[in-house]
Design a protein. Structure first.
Length: 169
């Protein structure tokens, strides 16, 4: 049996192994569900040769910066103007969950859109927009900063242990 596996598979499976599309679906089940998702090689620490999903927000934001910047900037200011300031200085939206914004055919969380447009920094899967006030409904650019997912998690742990330091804001 081991010899059969070493020499190649038999029957229907043998025909599938030669098919590149089957191989891509086998190593990336998310891509099997949505074949339009782009592939990117994994980082060396995760093992080379396996595809992973690409976060295309970098390309989307670059497109907004190059082609729609003034319009995006005015949209960001209008979103801030619509928010209401609470007692902590947070500019809070009137939604239960973080407000979504649709701009140039894409959808973002409002706080992420506002921060990226006003600072011209690109947030991606690895660089996230963090709330220093720990209020996800807040769109105040002064309460937002960019950092890694690990920084964001450390902020959460510190918040759970000590609460929010309002003097820091």
């Amino acid at each position: 049996m081991l010899a059969q596996r070493m020499a190649g598979l038999t029957g229907r499976t043998a025909a599938l192994v030669g098919d590149d599309q089957w191989l891509q679906r086998a190593v990336s089940p998310h891509r099997a569900l949505n074949p339009t998702l782009p592939l990117k090689a994994r980082s060396p620490r995760r093992g080379a040769g396996f595809p992973r999903l690409v976060d295309d927000s970098e390309e989307r934001l670059e497109d907004v910066f190059e082609n729609h910047f003034e319009e995006a900037r005015s949209r960001a200011f209008s979103l801030i103007k619509e928010a209401q300031e609470d007692s902590n200085g947070c500019m809070v939206t009137d939604t239960e969950t973080p407000r979504k914004v649709r701009f140039a055919g894409y959808q973002w969380e409002a706080y992420r859109f506002i921060y990226c447009v006003l600072t011209r920094e690109i947030a991606s899967r690895d660089r996230v927009v963090r709330h220093r006030c720990h209020n996800r409904l807040c769109v105040n650019p002064d309460h937002l900063e960019i950092g890694s997912q690990a920084d964001n998690k450390r902020d959460d742990w510190e918040h759970w242990a000590n609460g929010v330091d309002w003097d820091y804001l």
